[in-house]
Write a protein that binds this ligand. Structure first.
Ligand code: YH5
Length: 287
């Protein structure tokens, strides 16, 4: 008999997301440098069409981010972030009834995003900002917590770990799970992310992917975000627009190592890679 595991379903506000197989989260950047500079209406319209395309290609959700985490990017205030992200969340919910994840570390943005109908929170700082744990707990939404040492501005200065990277990541995430539980954010609302490219060398990233299955012992769903990142650029010596084949190889391995969510820019090809990988992994398991 098949019994539904709480690990196989996320309760994302008015949406339920079946993660009993790997699902794809499409990246939607709404930072000023990411869309044509023709005024806010045009940017929102571009975002809507981009999201629509990703959902049509099989994305289970769209991850909306208004803060650039690129090293050297200028910091944004919560108000600036809200100005960018809120109109996009609103339109995706109203026009597409989309499952929207919001890539933010700001408690004000988390609270407003939940009120606007977002279904998930995604925080690269793992709720370490003042008030973020409480805001996330009150939202009632699932939260992806990611490993990162330092801040985007300085994280790539000289990444160093005095233990195996997978142990450092695992210990950090276990601590953050405890911090969440201490404020009443139950464990079954958490998704864990090793944070590829955040305060890590290429060697760290490769090893972390290879050992990602070690994180499965924490008993929570895993998300991997490697799409177009410099680990591909460095290994293959490819510019950002030529990283899709490398990204599909990484997505395939992430699924094999236990990832149930893949955060990517190229949705259609990744959905196929993930589904094909999953078909092989399931072979012989069910009658
Ligand atoms: C992530 O891994 N990443 S923003 C540099 C690139 C390409 C892409 C050109 N938000 C993650 O996507 N949230 C980001 O090289 C994230 N996990 C989660 N949960 C960085 C990004 C990127 C950076």
């Amino acid at each position: 008999m098949n019994v539904e595991s709480p690990m196989d379903m996320l309760h994302c506000g008015r949406h339920r997301l079946d993660i009993s197989f790997p699902r794809v989260m499409g990246v939607l950047n709404v930072t000023p440098d990411s869309f044509s500079d023709g005024g806010r209406h045009i940017a929102v319209d571009d975002a809507l069409r981009h999201a629509e395309g990703m959902l049509a290609q099989g994305a289970a959700m769209v991850d909306v981010g208004g803060e650039s985490t690129r090293p050297g990017a200028s910091p944004v205030t919560p108000q600036q972030e809200l100005d960018r992200v809120a109109p996009v969340i609103e339109v995706l919910v109203r026009e597409l009834d989309a499952l929207v994840s919001v890539d933010t570390s700001a408690p004000e943005v988390m609270t407003e995003a939940a009120a606007l109908g977002a279904g998930m929170l995604n925080d690269v700082r793992a709720l370490r900002r003042e008030g973020a744990l409480q805001a996330a707990a009150r939202s009632g939404l699932p939260v992806c917590i990611m490993h990162m040492v330092g801040e985007p501005g300085d994280m790539q200065d000289s990444p160093y770990y005095d233990e195996d990277i997978e142990d450092a990541v695992s210990r950090f995430l276990a601590e953050r799970i405890e911090a969440c539980e201490a404020v009443g954010l139950q464990r079954d609302r958490l998704i864990l992310d090793p944070g590829f490219g955040f305060g890590k060398t290429v060697e760290h990233n490769l090893r972390l992917l290879n050992r990602m299955d070690a994180l499965q012992s924490l008993g929570l769903p895993l998300l991997a975000g490697m799409s177009r990142k410099s680990m591909i650029g460095k290994v293959l010596e490819r510019p950002v627009e030529e990283r899709l084949p490398g990204g599909l190889a990484l997505a395939t391995l992430a699924v094999e190592r236990g990832a149930r969510l893949l955060r990517v820019h190229d949705v259609g090809p990744t959905v196929d890679a993930a589904n094909m990988t999953w078909a092989v992994l399931q072979e012989g398991l069910e009658p």
